[in-house]
Design a binder for this molecule. Sequence first.
Ligand SMILES: [Zn+2]
Length: 341
Amino acid sequence: MPGALVISLDFELHWGVRDHTTVERYRENLLGVREAIPSMLDLFGRRSIAATWATVGFLFAETKKDLEKHFPRLLPTYDDPKLSPYEAMSEVGADETSDPFHFAPTLLRQIAKTPRQEIGTHTFSHFYCLERGQTAEQFDADLEAAASIGRAFGEGETMRSIVFPRNQSNDAYQDVMRRRGIRAYRSNGPHWAYRAEARETPARRAFRLLDAYLPASGSRAAARPTARPREDELVDVPASAFLRPYTPRLRHLDAVRFRRLAFAMTRAAETGRIFHLWWHPHNFGRHPRASMAFLERLVGHYEMLRTRHGMESLTMAEASGATEARPLRRDSPSPGGALDR
Ligand SMILES: [Zn+2]
C-alpha cells in the first residue's frame, strides 16, 4: 500500500483556549483565522489536498439561542469549574457578526463546499476526557449534542472522525465513541514526550521543541490498516507531527524545520505509512502569509512524493478505511457534489 499524508485541523477558535487566555489577549490570532482558513481551503482545493476539520460543536451555531437549544442533557462536572464553557456563557455574543470568536457557521460552509474536506468533531464543548470530575455519560451526552448541531447544519450523520481536546484520548470511552458512530480518532502515539495521559514536564516540552527541528523521535509515522475495519471498529490514526506556525524569532531555523518535516513525510512515503500532520487554524492567525508559504512548500514536497511513490492525500476517515478515498475529479460539476458524504 502506498504511504499517505493525512492532515487534521483542530477548529475551535476561543473555545479551545478560553481557560488559558482571554479573547482580548488572543484577538489577533482569532481574527486572523478568518484570513487563514480561506487561504488553506484555496490551497487544498487547488492542489487536491484532503483534510479533516475536527470542529468544536459550538462553532456550528448561527446564534447564541441556537447554541443553547443544542446544549447536552448532561453537562460536564469537572473538579476544576473553569474548564467548563457552560460557566462562561455570559461572555458569548449574539452571533458570528457580533462575536467572531465563538461562532463560525460561515467558515464551516466554506469548508463544507471545498472538495476533499471532511468535517469531524472536536467534541461539542471542547470536552476534556481525562480531567477529574467528568464521566462517560457526560461525554456521551456531549457527543450526542455535537451530532445534533452538526445534523442541523447538514453534517451530523457524517461525523466519523474525532480529535480529543488537549489530545486527552481516553481508552475507556471507546464504547461511547462507537455508539455515536465515530470510526477514526487521533491519538498522540506511544512516544513518551507525546503520550496524552502522562504529566506535562519541562523535559517533555523541551524534547518536543527540539523534535520540531531535529529528528529526535524519528518519523512517528503509523502503519496503514490493511483490511477494511469492521462496522463498529475504531481506528487510531495517530499524529505524526504538529505544524508549528511561523514565528519571527525562530525564522532562521525554518529551513531546518522544513527538512525535519519533509524527512518524516519522505520516510512515510517510502515505507507505505501514514504521515499525519495537525495544527489549529488559529495558529496561522498571527502570521497567515508566512505560515501559508511554509505549508505550500510542504504541499509541494508531498506532490513530489505522490509522483515518485504514489503517496496519497487522505482524510482521517479515509485513512482509517471507514470511508472510501475519492480521487478529486477536476471537472466535478459542483463543489458540493464532491464532498465525502
Ligand atoms: Zn482543542
